[in-house]
Design a protein. Structure first.
Lengths: 100, 100, 100
């Protein structure tokens, strides 16, 4: 079962997370405020961002990625998939019921 | 070596994390405040939660999961295992010393 | 592509993150404030820390670890590697351009 790690600017993060749940691409999205330091166009920046951790299914992973790319304000968003090696059965069932 | 990802309500998170360390089921638990958007009973909710990231061993992973299920206020808690592909040797040794 | 999970004390986290980006060992580092409960010398402690999530390449992973060990104020820092099972192509390209 994939957890998808996405970073977004603070003013876009809540809407993006909500859209994924409302459109049944994710069962749950945890939003974690962070500070991000990165290099862009040769300069080092330090900005507020939000990490989204979206719980989805194998079947809908590609659709979730396409939708994030569509909704995301960045040209090159961080979208990464991490696979659990075990998940509590009851939680897996819940995710599979909520994501369609 | 597993990292276990658990979400908990804010008023239960500190006690849950502490219990895992006191009972030597985890060497360390990082608690990260977050906002969670999820669908429950047909409605989309947006609540404060805390992500717990518990550092444990292969040997005690099942016991840690059972204890979280026992202590957790939710019927269907998010409990997920992620396996590192490498860990600093000294840190692995420390986790293996603290978890019994 | 590895994401490296490091915990650091709040007064060292920003400098450590910035050094990794300035030295091109990471393309981006997300800094997430947390509370950490852990056992040390027989007592259970509960301290503020910061989780660093550094985006780097296979090629530079070992150098990043060595540099974190060098700069880190702890004797036994938490340094863990998690590998994505998929990353958006454009993001991978960006990381590979920024890390050298």
């Amino acid at each position: 079962m994939p957890t998808v790690y996405v970073t977004a600017p603070p003013d876009a993060a809540a809407d993006l997370a909500r859209a994924l749940v409302e459109e049944r691409l994710a069962a749950c999205v945890n939003r974690v405020p962070c500070q991000s330091v990165y290099r862009w166009d040769g300069d080092v920046h330090d900005d507020e961002e939000v990490i989204l951790l979206a719980k989805t299914t194998d079947e809908r992973y590609d659709d979730l990625v396409s939708r994030v790319v569509e909704l995301h304000p960045y040209d090159v968003p961080c979208i990464e998939r991490f696979d659990e090696s075990h998940v509590l059965d009851a939680y897996t069932s819940w995710v599979e019921d909520e994501v369609r």
